[in-house]
Write a protein that binds this ligand. Structure first.
Ligand code: SF4
Length: 248
Protein backbone atom coordinates (compact mmCIF):
# COMPACT_ATOMS: atom_id res chain seq x y z
CA UNK A 1 0.00 0.00 0.00
CA UNK A 2 1.45 3.43 -0.93
CA UNK A 3 2.44 5.69 1.98
CA UNK A 4 -0.09 8.47 2.66
CA UNK A 5 0.79 11.95 1.39
CA UNK A 6 2.40 14.05 4.13
CA UNK A 7 0.42 16.96 5.50
CA UNK A 8 1.43 20.42 4.23
CA UNK A 9 2.77 21.35 7.62
CA UNK A 10 5.35 18.53 7.37
CA UNK A 11 6.54 19.58 3.92
CA UNK A 12 9.67 21.64 3.17
CA UNK A 13 9.59 25.43 2.97
CA UNK A 14 9.71 25.42 -0.84
CA UNK A 15 6.46 23.42 -1.06
CA UNK A 16 4.66 25.55 1.51
CA UNK A 17 5.86 28.66 -0.35
CA UNK A 18 4.32 27.26 -3.54
CA UNK A 19 1.12 26.47 -1.61
CA UNK A 20 0.84 30.13 -0.55
CA UNK A 21 1.17 31.29 -4.17
CA UNK A 22 -1.51 28.78 -5.19
CA UNK A 23 -3.77 30.07 -2.42
CA UNK A 24 -3.29 33.62 -3.69
CA UNK A 25 -4.32 32.55 -7.20
CA UNK A 26 -7.41 30.71 -5.94
CA UNK A 27 -8.46 33.55 -3.67
CA UNK A 28 -8.00 36.11 -6.44
CA UNK A 29 -10.19 34.00 -8.72
CA UNK A 30 -12.86 33.90 -6.00
CA UNK A 31 -12.71 37.45 -4.61
CA UNK A 32 -11.07 39.43 -7.40
CA UNK A 33 -7.75 41.27 -7.72
CA UNK A 34 -6.95 43.74 -4.96
CA UNK A 35 -4.68 46.54 -6.18
CA UNK A 36 -2.48 48.01 -3.48
CA UNK A 37 -3.59 51.50 -2.51
CA UNK A 38 -3.70 53.24 0.88
CA UNK A 39 -7.19 53.11 2.40
CA UNK A 40 -6.53 55.93 4.91
CA UNK A 41 -3.63 58.15 6.02
CA UNK A 42 -0.82 56.50 8.03
CA UNK A 43 -1.71 57.92 11.43
CA UNK A 44 -5.39 57.09 10.89
CA UNK A 45 -4.34 53.52 9.98
CA UNK A 46 -2.18 53.22 13.06
CA UNK A 47 -4.71 54.58 15.59
CA UNK A 48 -7.61 52.69 13.98
CA UNK A 49 -5.69 49.43 14.18
CA UNK A 50 -5.13 49.95 17.91
CA UNK A 51 -8.87 50.61 18.24
CA UNK A 52 -9.72 47.51 16.19
CA UNK A 53 -8.30 45.04 18.72
CA UNK A 54 -11.21 42.76 19.74
CA UNK A 55 -13.62 45.19 18.06
CA UNK A 56 -15.72 44.99 14.89
CA UNK A 57 -15.06 47.52 12.15
CA UNK A 58 -18.26 49.53 12.73
CA UNK A 59 -17.41 50.14 16.38
CA UNK A 60 -13.77 50.78 15.49
CA UNK A 61 -14.81 53.45 13.00
CA UNK A 62 -17.31 55.01 15.42
CA UNK A 63 -14.63 55.14 18.12
CA UNK A 64 -12.17 56.76 15.71
CA UNK A 65 -14.70 59.40 14.62
CA UNK A 66 -15.54 60.29 18.22
CA UNK A 67 -11.85 60.41 19.10
CA UNK A 68 -11.21 62.88 16.26
CA UNK A 69 -14.16 64.95 17.43
CA UNK A 70 -12.06 65.81 20.50
CA UNK A 71 -9.88 68.02 18.27
CA UNK A 72 -6.53 67.71 16.54
CA UNK A 73 -3.82 65.31 17.68
CA UNK A 74 -2.44 67.87 20.15
CA UNK A 75 -5.91 68.24 21.69
CA UNK A 76 -6.24 64.45 22.02
CA UNK A 77 -2.88 64.23 23.78
CA UNK A 78 -3.84 67.04 26.15
CA UNK A 79 -7.35 65.73 26.89
CA UNK A 80 -8.03 63.97 30.22
CA UNK A 81 -7.51 60.24 29.73
CA UNK A 82 -11.11 59.68 30.90
CA UNK A 83 -12.37 61.86 28.04
CA UNK A 84 -10.35 59.82 25.54
CA UNK A 85 -11.65 56.55 27.04
CA UNK A 86 -15.21 57.89 26.79
CA UNK A 87 -14.72 58.91 23.16
CA UNK A 88 -13.49 55.44 22.21
CA UNK A 89 -15.98 53.55 24.41
CA UNK A 90 -17.37 51.58 21.42
CA UNK A 91 -13.96 49.93 21.09
CA UNK A 92 -13.33 47.13 23.58
CA UNK A 93 -11.01 47.86 26.53
CA UNK A 94 -11.23 51.70 26.19
CA UNK A 95 -9.62 52.25 29.60
CA UNK A 96 -6.42 50.46 28.55
CA UNK A 97 -6.42 51.74 24.96
CA UNK A 98 -6.89 55.43 25.88
CA UNK A 99 -3.53 55.90 27.67
CA UNK A 100 -1.78 53.80 25.03
CA UNK A 101 -3.17 55.97 22.24
CA UNK A 102 -2.15 59.15 24.04
CA UNK A 103 1.34 57.78 24.72
CA UNK A 104 1.70 56.67 21.09
CA UNK A 105 0.61 60.07 19.79
CA UNK A 106 2.98 61.82 22.22
CA UNK A 107 5.92 59.69 21.03
CA UNK A 108 5.07 60.38 17.39
CA UNK A 109 4.67 64.13 18.02
CA UNK A 110 8.11 64.19 19.62
CA UNK A 111 9.76 62.19 16.79
CA UNK A 112 11.87 63.94 14.09
CA UNK A 113 9.01 63.87 11.57
CA UNK A 114 6.38 65.13 13.99
CA UNK A 115 2.97 63.77 13.06
CA UNK A 116 4.21 62.68 9.63
CA UNK A 117 5.34 59.08 9.38
CA UNK A 118 6.62 59.47 5.83
CA UNK A 119 10.24 58.86 6.87
CA UNK A 120 9.19 55.18 7.21
CA UNK A 121 9.10 54.97 3.43
CA UNK A 122 12.90 55.19 3.24
CA UNK A 123 14.05 53.36 6.38
CA UNK A 124 15.23 49.74 6.02
CA UNK A 125 12.18 47.54 6.69
CA UNK A 126 13.61 46.07 9.90
CA UNK A 127 14.34 49.54 11.28
CA UNK A 128 10.88 50.79 10.31
CA UNK A 129 9.24 47.82 12.05
CA UNK A 130 11.36 48.39 15.15
CA UNK A 131 10.57 52.11 15.25
CA UNK A 132 6.85 51.42 15.10
CA UNK A 133 6.80 48.49 17.51
CA UNK A 134 8.78 50.54 20.04
CA UNK A 135 5.74 52.84 20.26
CA UNK A 136 3.47 52.08 23.21
CA UNK A 137 0.47 50.05 22.09
CA UNK A 138 1.85 49.21 18.64
CA UNK A 139 2.57 45.57 17.89
CA UNK A 140 3.89 43.84 14.81
CA UNK A 141 0.45 43.54 13.19
CA UNK A 142 -0.28 47.27 13.43
CA UNK A 143 3.25 48.14 12.30
CA UNK A 144 3.00 45.76 9.33
CA UNK A 145 -0.38 47.15 8.28
CA UNK A 146 0.95 50.71 8.22
CA UNK A 147 4.12 49.74 6.37
CA UNK A 148 2.39 47.61 3.74
CA UNK A 149 -0.82 49.58 3.22
CA UNK A 150 0.61 53.09 3.39
CA UNK A 151 4.19 52.69 2.21
CA UNK A 152 4.13 49.50 0.09
CA UNK A 153 6.90 47.95 2.16
CA UNK A 154 7.38 44.12 1.87
CA UNK A 155 5.84 42.93 5.16
CA UNK A 156 2.85 40.67 5.76
CA UNK A 157 0.30 41.61 8.43
CA UNK A 158 -1.14 38.57 10.21
CA UNK A 159 -4.55 39.16 11.72
CA UNK A 160 -6.87 36.56 13.21
CA UNK A 161 -8.19 35.46 9.77
CA UNK A 162 -4.76 35.17 8.14
CA UNK A 163 -3.50 33.26 11.16
CA UNK A 164 -6.45 30.85 11.36
CA UNK A 165 -6.55 29.95 7.65
CA UNK A 166 -2.81 29.40 7.36
CA UNK A 167 -2.78 27.26 10.49
CA UNK A 168 -5.65 25.13 9.18
CA UNK A 169 -4.26 24.80 5.65
CA UNK A 170 -0.87 23.95 7.12
CA UNK A 171 1.37 26.59 5.55
CA UNK A 172 2.62 27.15 9.11
CA UNK A 173 2.59 24.97 12.22
CA UNK A 174 0.44 26.07 15.16
CA UNK A 175 2.07 29.17 16.65
CA UNK A 176 1.04 32.60 17.93
CA UNK A 177 0.15 35.45 15.57
CA UNK A 178 3.39 37.30 16.29
CA UNK A 179 5.59 34.34 15.34
CA UNK A 180 3.37 33.74 12.29
CA UNK A 181 4.44 37.12 10.86
CA UNK A 182 8.03 35.91 10.61
CA UNK A 183 7.16 32.36 9.50
CA UNK A 184 4.88 33.48 6.65
CA UNK A 185 7.10 36.32 5.50
CA UNK A 186 9.97 33.83 5.16
CA UNK A 187 7.87 31.81 2.69
CA UNK A 188 6.43 34.72 0.68
CA UNK A 189 8.14 36.75 -2.07
CA UNK A 190 9.07 40.35 -1.14
CA UNK A 191 6.35 41.61 -3.46
CA UNK A 192 4.11 44.25 -1.78
CA UNK A 193 1.19 44.05 -4.27
CA UNK A 194 1.05 40.26 -3.83
CA UNK A 195 1.35 40.52 -0.03
CA UNK A 196 -1.45 43.08 0.04
CA UNK A 197 -3.75 41.06 -2.22
CA UNK A 198 -3.19 37.87 -0.25
CA UNK A 199 -3.81 39.64 3.07
CA UNK A 200 -7.07 41.25 1.90
CA UNK A 201 -8.43 38.12 0.23
CA UNK A 202 -7.57 35.93 3.24
CA UNK A 203 -9.49 38.41 5.37
CA UNK A 204 -12.53 37.99 3.12
CA UNK A 205 -12.19 34.22 3.10
CA UNK A 206 -11.92 34.15 6.89
CA UNK A 207 -15.01 36.31 7.30
CA UNK A 208 -17.12 34.37 4.79
CA UNK A 209 -15.93 30.75 4.61
CA UNK A 210 -13.10 29.71 6.93
CA UNK A 211 -14.80 31.13 9.98
CA UNK A 212 -13.60 30.59 13.55
CA UNK A 213 -16.56 28.34 14.32
CA UNK A 214 -17.98 25.79 11.85
CA UNK A 215 -15.96 26.67 8.73
CA UNK A 216 -17.91 26.13 5.51
CA UNK A 217 -15.52 23.55 4.06
CA UNK A 218 -17.89 22.22 1.34
CA UNK A 219 -17.89 25.73 -0.21
CA UNK A 220 -14.16 26.31 0.22
CA UNK A 221 -11.90 26.75 -2.80
CA UNK A 222 -8.84 25.77 -0.72
CA UNK A 223 -10.34 22.47 0.42
CA UNK A 224 -8.36 20.16 -1.87
CA UNK A 225 -5.06 21.27 -0.31
CA UNK A 226 -6.12 21.96 3.28
CA UNK A 227 -4.58 19.96 6.13
CA UNK A 228 -7.57 20.49 8.44
CA UNK A 229 -9.94 19.22 5.76
CA UNK A 230 -7.69 16.22 5.10
CA UNK A 231 -7.85 15.33 8.80
CA UNK A 232 -11.43 16.23 9.74
CA UNK A 233 -13.31 16.26 6.42
CA UNK A 234 -16.26 18.63 6.60
CA UNK A 235 -16.21 18.66 10.41
CA UNK A 236 -13.24 20.93 11.07
CA UNK A 237 -13.48 21.99 14.73
CA UNK A 238 -13.58 25.55 16.06
CA UNK A 239 -10.22 27.26 16.05
CA UNK A 240 -8.57 27.65 19.42
CA UNK A 241 -6.37 30.71 19.65
CA UNK A 242 -3.64 31.49 22.11
CA UNK A 243 -4.57 34.02 24.82
CA UNK A 244 -4.66 37.62 23.57
CA UNK A 245 -1.58 39.83 23.70
CA UNK A 246 -1.41 43.40 24.97
CA UNK A 247 -0.03 44.78 21.68
CA UNK A 248 -1.51 44.09 18.28
S1 SF4 B 1 -11.26 23.56 3.80
FE1 SF4 B 1 -12.30 24.27 5.65
S2 SF4 B 1 -10.68 24.49 7.20
FE2 SF4 B 1 -9.69 24.37 5.20
S3 SF4 B 1 -9.38 26.50 4.56
FE3 SF4 B 1 -11.31 25.80 3.70
S4 SF4 B 1 -12.91 26.37 5.18
FE4 SF4 B 1 -10.91 26.49 6.21
Amino acid sequence: MPAPEPLNVARPDSERAELLLWMNEELRAAYGPKPLSPRRDPLHELISTILSQRTNWRDEDAAYQELRALGDWDDIIAAPVEAVAHAIRRSNYPESKAPRIQATLRAIRDSPGGYSLDFLRDLPVGDALKWLTDLPGVGVKTASLVLLFNYARPVFPVDTHVHRINTRVGTIPRMGEQAAHRALLKLLPPDPPLLYELHINLLKHGQQICTWNRPKCPQCILRERCDAHAIYGNNVPSFSEKPGKSKN
